[in-house]
Ligand binder design. Structure first.
Ligand code: GLN
Length: 301
């Protein structure tokens, strides 16, 4: 529709007026980047590209676009993230559907994808990938998008999240190389996986009430709460990872930067061996790479 003027003139106001009013309202509600969010929501309400909306401040909104925009702005003023309002989030330059049952994928988590790709080197290898706590499927599907011969399994304890991840696999054309299962971490699994990734819940539970409303009110508590010291999920996961990682395989785990040594301690206690660390775009440690326990060759089947 870009390039045309699709908007009728039963006017509430122009794009410029709508943006000014919404940005002021969002600013009052404490939203960071109020103007940008107003623009994103207006473009969605108009079903137009951002650039088209930006270039046409004189466009007049019709009643239904105005009503859609008002309801989006109401939700954003209630601190719901734009991604949840629109039901989609870009991750690794791919569009992911999200829902109330999935963590909203963060750019920080792209650190894991990059670290795994760097570590494995040969992108044409027929790797098997396991994603524990897959949520929207973003880690597994981003990896599969870069690794044309790989196959992967995403596990989540939330049945609803598994449904969202499956839908994303279909929409991204990756359903043929992925499967999703509702289960607690790796308990139900066997096998030797060459790549294991996980972004487990790692927020210290008593810190959750102090998080930004966008996180505290809208990310699923199950995807955030890491227990009294933030390490519960790693303690559950580490033995599964040690058991399921193939010789020569790699595990990449997301962490809260301040917890890096504590998480490394939990992994070591399960026999995993550190292979490296990776920083996020802000320069904070965000990812630990580990390999499986040393098992003498004659003990392996
Ligand atoms: N990175 C998220 C946050 O800081 C937390 C996600 C998680 O617990 N894995 O809000």
């Amino acid at each position: 529709m870009s390039g045309t003027v699709p908007i009728l003139t039963t006017a509430d106001g122009t794009v410029a007026q709508a943006l000014d009013a919404a940005a002021a309202r969002l600013r009052d509600a404490g939203v960071d980047g109020a103007r940008r969010d107003a623009l994103l929501l207006l473009a969605a309400a108009l079903n137009e590209e951002l650039a088209a909306v930006r270039a046409r401040p004189e466009w007049v909104l019709d009643g239904s676009a105005q009503a859609r925009f008002d309801s989006y702005v109401d939700r954003r003023a209630g601190r719901e993230p734009v991604s949840r309002i629109l039901g989609t989030r870009e991750f690794w330059s791919l569009p992911f559907a999200i829902s109330a049952d999935t963590l909203d994928p963060r750019p920080d988590s792209e650190t894991l994808v990059a670290a795994v790709l760097t570590h494995i080197g040969d992108r044409t290898a027929p790797l098997t990938i396991l994603d524990l706590g897959t949520g929207s499927g973003c880690l597994l599907l981003a990896l599969l998008s870069e690794l044309p011969a790989a196959r992967g399994l995403g596990i989540d304890v939330s049945k609803a999240a598994v449904g969202v991840a499956r839908r994303n696999a279909v929409d991204l054309g990756l359903a043929g190389r992925s499967a999703f299962l509702c289960a607690p971490w790796g308990a139900a699994l066997a096998g030797a996986w060459q790549v294991i990734v996980s972004n487990p819940p790692y927020i210290v539970s008593r810190d959750i009430p102090h998080l930004a409303p966008e996180v505290r009110l809208f990310d699923p508590p199950l995807a955030l709460a890491g227990g009294a010291d933030g390490l519960d999920a790693y303690r559950d996961l580490a033995p599964d990872i040690a058991r399921l990682l193939a010789p020569g395989g790699v595990a990449a785990l997301e962490i809260e930067p301040a917890q890096i040594e504590n998480v490394e301690g939990v992994l070591q206690a399960a026999g995993l061996r550190g292979l490296g660390r990776a920083r996020d775009l802000a320069g904070h440690w965000r990812c630990i790479l580990a390999e499986g326990p040393e098992i003498p060759a004659e003990w392996r089947k």
